[in-house]
Design a protein around this ligand. Structure first.
Ligand SMILES: Nc1nc2c(ncn2[C@@H]2O[C@H](COP(=O)(O)OP(=O)(O)OP(=O)(O)O)[C@@H](O)[C@H]2O)c(=O)[nH]1
Ligand SMILES: [Mg+2]
Length: 249
């Protein structure tokens, strides 16, 4: 059956892919659609800004770390524990991004760290332009590392280069070991996979070996650190890696 009415379209993005599903009156049937790849223009612009940001920060000897995960995987807790462990040896600032609320910035501020809260007004990720605006507002001078806590989302955040030198993702044990199979773009985009909440391994049927091998098959170079921010287990290996890579990526 043909469609009546005007031309209608749905633009969609999918972690590195963007397209438009369009139905036209009298041309396509209900179960038909055209998909047009628009990836180039939008992502090229984002990548130019991201590259400029990276170069600007590199000149200032500041590393930007983009931390991504699904909601509640433990990003803020992990940042707090990382700050506590490193604050005597490097200067750190934080940008907290959320759709709304200031709770994460308030948590970070309790550590005495310079922090700003960014509100995305409903957007499910930060792009390079939003990150640049955040960095301008943060105005952190002479810091070794800026941590960006991205929006809690395991899909959208992976599609945008923010200008970060280091991309870290957290997968928590309660989310399950099958997530590399279900959300491959995030595992491909990350330099580091933190498998968090390992203190809960006895409660959940999380297969660590399967998870690691699934992540490695998507991204053979990914560094993987199973940790518990609550008990401190595994944090030292992560901190050693971070010390080596801040300022060198
Ligand atoms: N058992 C356990 N719980 C943890 C660990 N890390 C974080 N949590 C808990 O997990 C919950 C979510 O932690 P957050 O650090 O707020 O997670 P988040 O990813 O920042 O959450 P959003 O910013 O809302 O996406 C809190 O109740 C934390 O106390 C951990 O290593 N082990
Ligand atoms: Mg948080």
């Amino acid at each position: 059956m043909g469609l009546l009415g005007k031309k209608t379209g749905i633009i969609f993005t999918f972690a590195g892919e963007i397209g438009i599903i369009m139905k036209e009156s009298g041309v396509l049937n209900m179960n038909e659609f055209r998909t047009i790849e628009l990836k180039k223009g939008i992502y090229e612009r984002n990548n130019v800004i991201a590259q400029e940001t990276r170069e600007d920060l590199t000149k200032k000897n500041t590393s930007l770390l983009n931390l991504m995960s699904s909601p509640g995987a433990g990003k803020t807790t992990f940042i707090v524990e990382t700050i506590k462990a490193l604050r005597d040896e490097m200067s750190i600032a934080v940008m907290e991004a959320d759709v709304d609320s200031d709770v994460d910035a308030a948590t970070i501020a309790q550590t005495g760290t310079k922090v700003i809260q960014l509100h995305t007004g409903g957007m499910c990720h930060l792009d390079a332009e939003m990150t640049r605006q955040g960095l301008e507002s943060l105005d952190a001078q002479n810091v070794d590392m800026i941590v960006l806590e991205n929006i809690g989302n395991l899909l959208c955040t992976a599609g945008y280069d923010t200008g970060a030198h280091i991309n870290v993702m957290i997968l928590s044990v309660p989310e399950g070991d099958d997530k590399p199979l279900k959300y491959p773009p995030m595992f491909r985009a990350a330099d580091v996979l933190i498998i968090s909440k390992v203190d809960a391994l006895t409660i959940f049927d999380f297969n660590m070996d399967a998870c690691i091998s699934r992540a490695k098959s998507l991204n053979p170079n990914i560094e993987i650190f199973p940790v518990s921010a609550k008990t401190g287990e595994g944090m030292n290996l992560w901190l050693t890696w971070l010390r080596r890579n801040v300022g060198h990526k």
